[in-house]
Design a protein around this ligand. Structure first.
Ligand SMILES: Cc1cc2nc3c(=O)[nH]c(=O)nc-3n(C[C@H](O)[C@H](O)[C@H](O)COP(=O)(O)OP(=O)(O)OC[C@H]3O[C@@H](n4cnc5c(N)ncnc54)[C@H](O)[C@@H]3O)c2cc1C
Length: 397
């Protein structure tokens, strides 16, 4: 293999490039990104960078000279618009083509937007550094922020906005925040956390309309209530960026469908990160996860597969979120859990464990790092659900 093209210049793509060099690949590597920036880190965009201001030098995943030192050609500010596997080339929006022998698909996800209406006020989303810069300018003390969606990003923005001195109202369609990701019990803990910090979360409710009102916006909710806000943000999920693969033969269904080693339906094409959907034998299901650590590890594994050292990717998913003083760490899978056991619940700490098919499948630990390590091992070792009492007491020792 002489030439590798990587489409998507972010966490998974960068780690694929790094791993190719680490494993001795000496051919050409071209990293193609729709964004103008060199690969940067997204998690700070809703946390410290939103609080203190965006500084590109702090966000960059590698210094600019790293690319030259490692012989990596970057094509920034150009989106791939089509893949032609028969000719082994990727077409870019500027009309040029990048030829490859091996291809890494790492185009991640895009923030979903609300349907736009005439004369609607701006509704922010937060996915890119540009989004972060735009939103940061609007978060001024004393203003009222309305957040649509109480998922992780929405709640992190709520926490940061409170620290910046804004009033915050969150509107959520579920019974509690985070209900789809973590279930009602853990969602209720997060609702209480935000309540203690003065955030109002209106649940079981949708936003019917958002209209301009003075210099701000007026939201009408399905409950009939109206909310006047200076700033509106939608945190209503993401969509995998697969459109450029249409017609290429790369199978996509809510992401790029991968084999266990992250190879795809087209020879010489692998996928990694937020966009990859693969069969994880540990959980006996096809999953796609939008977690930082997954993008790093899959980028590296997909690169190895491309150069002939592929193995099944069986990592235990790991995710974190920081809101106020709560450092939440999550391991495993909570989706489709049939059992949830709350092992600890105080204002400062939370430990909840998820089970399915008679096995320990996931755990949420807030400010409880020792428990996290123990449950991660239990998930990897497929410990029976009936043994969680023993696990918890061992964690407490
Ligand atoms: C605000 C925010 C906070 C987060 N916080 C956390 C956290 O606390 N913990 C955690 O575990 N995870 C967090 N995440 C998730 C984590 O950042 C993602 O899982 C990770 O960025 C995924 O990396 P990726 O490389 O797969 O995709 P992405 O980061 O989505 O990058 C994909 C790249 O591909 C580019 N691209 C898309 N289409 C094309 C195309 N056709 N041609 C060329 N380029 C294209 C995009 O512009 C983008 O630069 C957060 C994400 C956001 C947005």
């Amino acid at each position: 293999m002489r030439r590798v093209a990587i489409v998507g210049g972010s966490l998974a793509g960068l780690n694929a490039a790094d791993a190719l060099r680490e494993h001795g690949f000496r051919g050409e590597i071209t990293l193609i990104s729709a964004e103008d920036e060199l690969p940067y880190d997204r998690p700070p965009l809703s946390k410290e960078a939103l609080l203190a201001g965006v500084e590109m030098e702090k966000l960059r995943l590698r210094a600019p000279e790293w690319y030259e030192e490692n012989g990596i050609t970057t094509r920034l500010g150009h989106a791939a618009v089509r893949l032609e596997p028969a000719r082994r080339r990727v077409l870019l929006d500027e009309g040029t083509a990048v030829e490859y022998d091996g291809l890494v698909v790492a185009t991640g996800s895009r923030a979903r937007r609300l349907p736009s209406a005439e004369n609607a006020p701006p509704v922010h989303v937060l996915r890119t550094v540009e989004d972060g810069l735009r939103l940061r300018q609007e978060l001024r003390p004393g203003r009222h922020l309305a957040l649509i969606g109480a998922g992780f990003i929405g709640l992190e923005i709520a926490a940061t906005a409170r620290q910046l001195g804004l009033d915050v109202t969150v509107v959520e369609v579920g019974r509690v925040p985070l209900t789809r990701a973590l279930g009602d019990e853990v969602g209720a803990w997060f609702r209480a956390l935000h309540g203690r910090h003065g955030v109002e979360i209106e649940c079981a409710c949708t936003v019917d309309t958002v209209v301009r009102s003075g210099s701000g916006a007026r939201l009408t909710l399905s409950s009939g209530r109206t909310i006047n806000a200076d700033v509106v943000v939608a945190g209503v999920g993401t969509t995998p960026a697969t459109d450029w693969l249409d017609g290429s033969g790369v199978e996509t269904t809510n992401g790029v469908v991968c084999h266990a080693d992250l190879s795809t339906s087209v020879p010489g094409v692998v996928a990694a990160g937020d966009i990859a959907r693969w069969y994880n034998p540990l959980f006996d299901e096809e999953i796609r996860v939008e977690h930082w650590t997954n993008a790093v590890e899959q980028g590296r594994r997909a690169a190895q597969t491309l150069i002939g050292h592929g193995e099944a990717f069986t990592a235990v998913p790991y995710f974190w979120t920081d809101q106020y003083e709560a450092r939440m760490r999550f391991v495993g899978r909570a989706a489709a859990a049939s059992e949830v056991a709350v092992r600890e619940w105080t204002d400062d700490r939370l430990v909840a464990v998820y089970g399915r098919d008679g096995l320990v499948r996931g755990a949420v630990c807030v400010n409880a790092p020792r428990e996290l390590a123990r449950y991660r091992a239990a998930i990897r070792d497929q410990v029976p659900w009936g043994d969680i009492a023993a696990l918890s007491s061992a964690a407490g020792r």
